[in-house]
Design a protein. Structure first.
Ligand SMILES: [Mn+2]
Ligand SMILES: [Mn+2]
Ligand SMILES: [Zn+2]
Ligand SMILES: [Zn+2]
Lengths: 148, 148
DNA sequence: TTCGTAGTTGCGACTCAGTTGCAACAAGGA
DNA sequence: TCCTTGTTGCAACTGAGTCGCAACTACGAA
């Protein structure tokens, strides 16, 4: 259920370098925050943490870097059922996709990797002639501790 | 692929009445817009159309009614990959869930009903002890006309 | 039918997420 | 070292959604 978190820190920087994308101080700070995050972060949390590394980082730079990483397919954007405001959450995109379940009572986020989900994506690509770039399955409901 | 749109107009009103929820002019206007929509609408589109029925309808009433319908489980909220701004889209919730695919090039939205999706939800409920209230699978990629 | 109450409304002001134009700056190849 | 082009901070902006409030109204009780 928890993500396989066995990547070498600094990998995101490498992936951008391989694509000929410039590296800068603020960018490095933001990437390191995303890379070492232990949970899903929103833009303002990323800003706050990035400022601990490079105090000059601006809000707009965070959004511009998130856009870059989305375009490069290196991060995923999530709603997490908008349990807490209208913002979005971000996480490193690793090998296999996973499903997010958000408990509407306690707010707990559960992640789940499923073979059936992979099969479903294959079915979509085949039956709908659709080339999938990103697939987001987000579920709202009640976790085992909160179900009634 | 297209939604089964064979509901009697006025059904949403009936469903709210059954739950002892008050009916008003503005509310009726908004419900009729949602009920007769042929595509996914955002809040400002719903407002514009509702004003054709009842010119006094306010933006805040649209949001309050959308919240009501979400809480009652009568509509679903979608991102549609935020292809066009940061807003959300709404649609009537009918019997079976469906998947939304958004083409990142032409913007076309394709809907798809899948037995595998139903199986996946059952698997989640069983394996994660999670009681699902709402499940949203949104996919971004390239449709058959745009794939390269 | 009238009445009372609790739910609903429009309004306007507000918050918050995200964007943009711009001038200064700096990465990194030549 | 220089040049080009991409990146940055800043400040002002947009657009989505929220909220407090006073006026209003749906609808059940009397
Ligand atoms: Mn995750
Ligand atoms: Mn969203
Ligand atoms: Zn819970
Ligand atoms: Zn297309």
């Amino acid at each position: 259920m928890p993500l396989p978190q066995t990547e070498i820190p600094g990998r995101l920087q490498t992936q951008l370098a391989e694509r000929g994308i410039r590296m800068t101080g603020p960018r490095r700070a933001i990437l390191s925050v995303i890379e070492t995050a232990s949970k899903h972060l929103d833009a303002s949390q990323i800003l706050r943490k990035a400022r601990n590394v490079d105090a000059s980082v601006d809000r707009s730079t965070v959004y511009r870097t998130l856009d870059l990483l989305k375009r490069q397919g290196l991060i995923d954007e999530l709603d997490l059922m908008h349990l807490n405001g209208e913002g979005h959450y971000y996480e490193r995109k690793l090998g296999r996709d996973h499903i997010h379940m958000a408990c509407l009572r306690c707010g707990k986020i559960t992640e789940f990797v499923s073979k059936t989900f992979e099969a479903l994506k294959k079915q979509l690509e085949r039956d709908c002639q659709f080339h999938i770039v990103v697939a987001r399955l987000e579920v709202g409901g009640y976790c085992s501790a909160c179900r009634h």
